[in-house]
Design a protein around this ligand. Structure first.
Ligand code: ACO
Length: 331
C-alpha cells in the first residue's frame, strides 16, 4: 500500500530586531570582519533581547506558519519544538507554546538534536501523519544561542545567532511533499560540540559556572571535517532514496553553519550558486532554526514553485545529521 503524501502546508519565521555585526564583535573579542567573512561567510547575526525567550520567538513564527497554512490552533494535533535553548528544562518549550497558541487538543514535546533538530522533527511529524495518528503537526526550530554563547570565546561567539522558523506539516496531493528522509547520529563525537554544564552531569553550581561550563564548547576543525563529509553523504542518500537524479534538484536548503561547508555540498550536487539558499551572512548559525528560516525566506521570495525538488540537509551537535528530499506541494 502506498503511504499517503505529506507536505508543508505553511511556513513562518521570526528574527529579533537587534543586529550584531562583525564590526561590533571587533570591539568585544580579538577578531575582525575579514577573518569572520573569509572563514565563515557570516557578516551579522540577530540577538534576542534579555526578556525574550525561545517560546516567544517560536510563537511569532508559528502564528505566521498557521496563517499561511489556513489552519487555527484548534486544528493542531501535535507540536514539536526542536531546540537546544529551551525556556527552561521543564516544562518543555513546546508545552509553553501550546498554551500560548491555545492549541488545547495538541500533544507537545521538545526534541533535542541540535542543528539537525528541525529535520528530526519534520521526519517524526511525517510518520505520525502517514500512519493516520495525526493530521496537522506544527514543527518549530528555535534557538536563543546568544544566551549560551561564551562572549569571551572568539572561536564560537562569532558563529551563532538567534531566531525561529516554523512549518505546519500535513496531508497533501499524491506525488507531492516529502519523498525521502535520512537521519543519523554518532554519539562518540558528542564532546566536539556541547554545552557541558547545567544538566545532571555538571549541575548549575558556582564552581561549574566559574569554569564556564554553562557555555557552548566546540572543536571547530573536527566539526568542520565531519560536516563536509555528512553534508555530501546525506544529500546523495536522500536523492537516491527518492529515486531522483542530482540534475533534478531545484533548490538546496542546507543548514547554515559555514559558507565553505555549504559550498562543498553545493559542488557535490553540481548546483549553481543561485540554486542554494544562503542566509548565514545575515543571521549566522541559528542551529535548529536555520533550515526553517531559510525555507520560509525562499518561499516568501518566490524562489520555490509547485513541483520543484527541494533537498534539505543538516548536521549538528550529538553528533547528529539529517536530510530530506521533497517535491514542493504549494502553489
Ligand atoms: N577571529 C580571529 N581569529 C580566530 C577566530 C576569530 N573569531 N576564531 C579562531 N581564530 C584563530 C584561531 O585561534 C587560529 O589561530 P592560531 O592558528 O593562531 O591557533 C586560527 O584562527 C585558525 O583557526 P581554525 O580553527 O583552524 O580556523 P578554521 O578555518 O577551521 O575556521 C571555524 C574555524 C570557522 C570555527 C570552522 O572550523 C568551522 O566553521 N567549523 C564548523 C563549526 C560548526 O559548523 N559548528 C556548528 C555546528 S552546528 C550545531 O549543532 C550548533
Amino acid at each position: 500500500m502506498t503511504k499517503p503524501s505529506v507536505g508543508v502546508l505553511g511556513t513562518g519565521s521570526y528574527l529579533p530586531e537587534k543586529v550584531l555585526t562583525n564590526f561590533d564583535l571587533e570591539k568585544m573579542v580579538d577578531t575582525n570582519d575579514e577573518w569572520i567573512v573569509t572563514r565563515t561567510g557570516i557578516r551579522e547575526r540577530r540577538i534576542a533581547a534579555d526578556e525574550i525567550a525561545s517560546s516567544d520567538m517560536a510563537y511569532e513564527a508559528s502564528i505566521k506558519a498557521m496563517e499561511r497554512a489556513g489552519i487555527t490552533a484548534d486544528d493542531l494535533d501535535l507540536i514539536i519544538v526542536a531546540t537546544v535553548t529551551p525556556d527552561m528544562f521543564f516544562p518543555s518549550t513546546a508545552c509553553i507554546l501550546q498554551d500560548r497558541l491555545g492549541a488545547h487538543s495538541a500533544a507537545a514535546y521538545d526534541l533535542s538534536a541540535a542543528c539537525s533538530g528541525f529535520l528530526y522533527g519534520v521526519t517524526t511529524a511525517t510518520q505520525f501523519i502517514q500512519n493516520g495518528f495525526y493530521k496537522h503537526v506544527l514543527v518549530v526550530g528555535v534557538e536563543s544561542l546568544s544566551k549560551i554563547v561564551d562572549w569571551e570565546d572568539r572561536n564560537t561567539c562569532v558563529l551563532f545567532g538567534d531566531g525561529a522558523g516554523a512549518v505546519v506539516v500535513g496531508p497533501t496531493e499524491e506525488g507531492y511533499g516529502f519523498l525521502s528522509f535520512e537521519l543519523g547520529a554518532d554519539g562518540s563525537g558528542g564532546s566536539l560540540l556541547c554545552q557541558p554544564g547545567g544538566g545532571s552531569r555538571h549541575p548549575m553550581s558556582p564552581e561549574n559556572m566559574d569554569n564556564r561550563l554553562q557555555y557552548i564548547k566546540m572543536n571547530g576543525n573536527e566539526v568542520f571535517k565531519f560536516a563536509v563529509r555528512v553534508m555530501e553523504q546525506v544529500s546523495d542518500a536522500v536523492i537516491e532514496k527518492a529515486g531522483l537524479n542530482k540534475e533534478e534538484v531545484s533548490l538546496l536548503v542546507p543548514h547554515q553553519a559555514n559558507l565553505r561547508i555549504i559550498d562543498a555540498a553545493r559542488k557535490r550536487l553540481k548546483l549553481p550558486e543561485d540554486r542554494v539558499v544562503v542566509n548565514l551572512d545575515k543571521y549566522g548559525n541559528m542551529s535548529s532554526a536555520s533550515i526553517p528560516v531559510a525555507l520560509d525566506e525562499a518561499v516568501r521570495e518566490k524562489r520555490v514553485k509547485k513541483g520543484d525538488i527541494l533537498v534539505f540537509v543538516g548536521f549538528g551537535g550529538g553528533l547528529t545529521w539529517g536530510g530530506s528530499a521533497m517535491r514542493w506541494n504549494l502553489d
